[in-house]
Design a protein around this ligand. Sequence first.
Ligand SMILES: Nc1ncnc2c1ncn2[C@@H]1O[C@H](COP(=O)(O)OP(=O)(O)O)[C@@H](O)[C@H]1O
Ligand SMILES: [Mg+2]
Length: 305
Amino acid sequence: MENNNGYEPQLIDLRNLVKNYRTGSGEVNVLKEINLTIGPGEFVSVMGPSGSGKSTLINMITGIDRPSGGEVLVDGQMVHTMSEDELARWRGRSIGVIFQFFQLIPTLTILENIILPMDFCGKFSSRERSQRAMRLLERVGIPEQADKLPSTLSGGQQQRAAIARALANDPPLLVGDEPTGNLDRHTAAEMFSLFESLREEGKTILIVTHDRELSERTRRVIHLLDGSIEKDHPAAAQSALPEDQQRAMPLPPLANSSHRKITDAHRSHRCVSIPAQGTDPGRDTPRGQAGGGRGGRENGKAGLQ
Ligand SMILES: Nc1ncnc2c1ncn2[C@@H]1O[C@H](COP(=O)(O)OP(=O)(O)O)[C@@H](O)[C@H]1O
Ligand SMILES: [Mg+2]
């Protein structure tokens, strides 16, 4: 992430970010002049009451929704100025999104679910994809589930698979909007352990959670209240892990894949055009998405390359 001057840019840089929604009863100011930077390798949780703007903030960072004002810079890209095509390509390579309800494609095996975003983005050769997907399943601890359908897995196993899918194109940034909201406490804690180890490998991780205990396992907690950052502070119980714990897991090339089924559930894991529905199940999103333009950065900071 360093440029020639040794200056390390922020991975996320929000400048005077404003989001308004037009509703039947007028315009609602949902995000109010948010200024926020998150550096490479940070592990950050976002907390706040329901309706405080957490999902809206996440949707600004992933480019799923557009700001009404201000700037959104992520991984060196001016997200707020990108076309739909550019956004789709950039998002597929730069961000892994993890959902509360996993959103694996039910008719594909777990392995196929993880290969699919690689098929969309073309970052890895078709020969590499299957073996890389298997390595990712090993990385998240469920290699034995590779050939099963999602419905046969537990919630925790499905979320592990979804994390493997989010890592498919080796994005520098993982973003989750309440990814443990549908898991029991023990399983949720396991997910956070997995996030911690991914952070140690150099990923930047931004997780919305309602669980204070889990949030204390991140390095930094951002509290939203009524569309503003109320508090932004280091987590009380943060551990002092060295910043340079980065491991590389080279993935040898292997077999071809030919999975082309596409659903909305995969819209955040692709580099091609699919209509969008927003990250919150059940909510209308103000705009759709299309895809197929130029890409963003090629490489994440660390491991699982
Ligand atoms: N597409 C939309 N249209 C109108 N209002 C919206 C839309 N999305 C979110 N809101 C409103 O913005 C506020 C923040 O929502 P949200 O970001 O989902 O909060 P949180 O994720 O913290 O619960 C809420 O009042 C919500 O009703
Ligand atoms: Mg929300």
